[in-house]
Design a protein around this ligand. Structure first.
Ligand SMILES: C[S@@+](CC[C@H](N)C(=O)[O-])C[C@H]1O[C@@H](n2cnc3c(N)ncnc32)[C@H](O)[C@@H]1O
Length: 158
């Protein structure tokens, strides 16, 4: 598969997965966390489909499209370990988290996701949903929407 095809599959899986997750958390209180602001695409989508939720977004750099710049209070700028600990100490209750860290080098991305998993667990509300581009460790894997191949995007329940 070309990298273009692979990217298209990833982007549509993100969109379908996030849309699906929004329906799953309806009626459950809690905030949303987007791990990996990057260009701001998924953050922008979450803002659009969840206008009434607080959406925190994390990245070591602020390098998104200007139209996607998050409010200062919702942007957790720094290394994920530090920022996740900060959120946990604040008592955050995240009901939906999207994991989109990584730079396309599979072994490194998988190792980072495994290393961060216990820290992510600390910020989740009971029954929270995790939508992830990388395998996470210590959560129950569940089926996502039918439109997404099982290996393309991953879904977990805390
Ligand atoms: C694939 S991009 C995110 C794309 C974004 N969700 C979008 O839709 O535009 C991954 C981002 O994660 C950030 N990142 C990766 N590992 C990180 C870490 N350990 N701590 C903080 N940021 C990290 C990178 O700086 C990069 O901007």
């Amino acid at each position: 598969m070309s990298r273009l095809d692979s990217m298209l599959r990833r982007l549509s899986a993100q969109r379908d997965g996030l849309n699906w997750a929004v329906a799953q958390i309806a009626g459950h209180p809690g905030e949303v966390l987007d791990m990996g602001l990057g260009n701001g695409r998924t953050y922008d989508h979450l803002r659009e489909i969840l206008p009434d939720r607080r959406i925190r977004v994390m990245d070591r750099v602020l390098a998104c499209h200007p139209s996607c710049t998050p409010p200062e209070a919702d942007f957790l700028q720094g290394e994920a370990e530090v920022m996740l600990n900060h959120l946990a100490n604040e008592g955050a209750q995240i009901i939906l988290a999207h994991y989109d860290f990584g730079r396309g080098i599979k072994e490194e991305d998988v190792a980072e996701a495994a290393r961060l998993s216990p820290l992510i667990a600390r910020v989740l509300a009971p029954g929270a949903l995790l939508v992830s581009g990388q395998p996470l460790v210590g959560f129950e894997q569940i089926s996502g929407p039918d439109t997404i191949a099982r290996d393309r995007y991953l879904f977990y329940r805390a």
